[in-house]
Write a protein that binds this ligand. Structure first.
Ligand code: IMP
Length: 171
């Protein structure tokens, strides 16, 4: 029911271009990449190796897709930040920005923790689904229509993260 949609070569080309934009913007600075687990691990590994010439640090966090009590609006951290972002140029690394809720919340969290700047690099972006304007990503591998995709870190009920291409539902 899924069909291959982006080949490994197309994905590699998207990531190369994105890495080039980041390198140009952060030359001479020392950004801290904050990788959002689980989905972003494949993308982050490729993106960061294409930035081998940029001095930087990398850390990870994991948030729940279940947001709990909506009234609190608080992020549920399954794996909290392991490293201080105070005074740092933070680049959040996401697999895909959909409604933007995750990024909206994470950006607020980074600012509350004292980050100097916060930008977002994502592999895929669904602009038609965006509900939080401040979650519009700064670096995008590819904009896509409102479709559910899997592979390359993106899962369906925990599976398909290890596929080296990206698949979409066959119409
Ligand atoms: P947002 O908070 O609505 O932007 O959702 C972001 C998260 O939803 C991503 O990090 C993914 O885990 C998940 N997600 C959104 N769209 C897809 C998709 O097409 N395939 C797999 N996961 C998705």
């Amino acid at each position: 029911m899924f069909e291959e949609w982006l080949t490994p070569e197309q994905i590699a080309s998207d990531i190369q271009q994105e890495a080039d934009h980041i390198r140009a913007d952060y030359e001479g600075r020392v950004p801290l990449f904050v990788v959002v687990l689980n989905g972003a691990f494949v993308f982050a590994a490729d993106l960061l190796r294409r930035l081998h010439d940029l001095r930087c640090e990398v850390t990870f966090l994991r948030v729940s897709s279940y947001w709990g009590m909506a009234s609190t609006g608080e992020l549920q951290f399954i794996v909290p930040l392991q490293q201080s972002v105070k005074g740092r140029d933070v680049i959040i690394v996401e697999d895909i920005v959909d409604t933007g809720m995750t990024i909206h919340q994470l950006k607020a969290h980074m600012r509350a923790e004292g980050a100097a700047t916060v930008r977002v690099a994502t592999m895929l972006f669904k602009p038609d689904k965006l509900e939080y304007n401040d979650a519009r990503p700064d670096y995008v591998g590819r904009q896509i229509a409102n479709e559910f995709v899997i592979g390359y870190g993106l899962d369906l009920d925990g599976f398909a993260r290890n596929l080296d291409a990206i698949y979409k539902i066959k119409n």
